[in-house]
Design a protein around this ligand. Sequence first.
Ligand SMILES: [Ca+2]
Length: 380
Amino acid sequence: MNFTAVVFMLAICTSQILAAPKKNLIIDTDLFSDVDDAGALLLASTLPDVNLLAVNCNYPSTFSALAASAILAHYNKSHVPIGIKRPLTNITFFDSWYYELGEYTSKIAYHFSGGILPWGKAEDAWDPVELYRKVLGEAEDGSVTIASIGFLDNLSALLNSTSDTYSPLSGRDLFQAKVSELVIMGGGYPSGHSYNFWGSNPSYAAHVINTYEGRMVFIGDDVGKDVKTGGTLMSREHVNDPVSMAYTYYTYGKPRESWDPLTVLYAIRGLNGTFRYGNEFGRNYIEANGSNRWINDGKAINQFYLRMNISNETAAAKIDKLFLAGVEAYAKTPVWKIPTGENDNRGNSAILIKLFVFASIAMMLYYFSKERGARTALIE
Ligand SMILES: [Ca+2]
């Protein structure tokens, strides 16, 4: 292959990378009592095919908002606005069920303080309903995906909201107009009793899931519980990474269930060979106590629950590979990285730098081969 062809191929690769469509995503998280929310934020902050629009916290600990800010800042996503449910408290997590899990949000918030909500500035976070209305009000119709990886308190409040300066639409109409898919982690299928639905206020989960008429996709407790990830992050070389340290603080080195990372992976990439739908018809129904059951009425066609389409081990390897790629792309002592601005895309930058180095090597080889040819001609 001659040099011109190499450059042409590089140009095509570069244009394809830059033109790749991105999924517009809002995450609603209870980043507090489980570390898989941090893993989900890692994917949402570092995958090249997502445009993270906002992060709303549905657990009212100041450390939830501050940890979210620290994580986003580390991956150069400080431009992403953060909201949190009020009133705020300074509560920290304590594992009163098993006594084996550690607290991580205050530690990440303190040691990795940064972004739009640095240490001590949790009150500066958006009201979650206002943030939803602003971001959705500015979005194109049907262009937004929401991943709910915690309680549904914020989404319930959004549905109850009324016209404001951001949009003349009611919360329900705004939601319906702008959101193409609401992906919800929680429940059991065909039935279950899930923490995300009963852990805060079951009436909020029931309000959203029983009354929202748009497309909803559910990922149940049983799907992510045997996909154990995060183990590859917890080595000494990643001590400067907030999500790697969150896993270390929380699990003490033991890989963790992957409910939320799988939910965000589906929200960004769809079925994509990793998942399949577990149903053809029917809808989810939440009881007053937060338990759920699938009602197969043979009618509804815009609600689905997911099953894995690959083995748990293959899924875990896939998530871990994505975790590691994200962590390494933003490592503080990089081989390939260069510092960039607030709204950068370091994932793409890393690829472009590799392409530049490859092109430089190709040019050197071309130059030396030409030089050698000239010398040979001289000798002859
Ligand atoms: Ca969660």
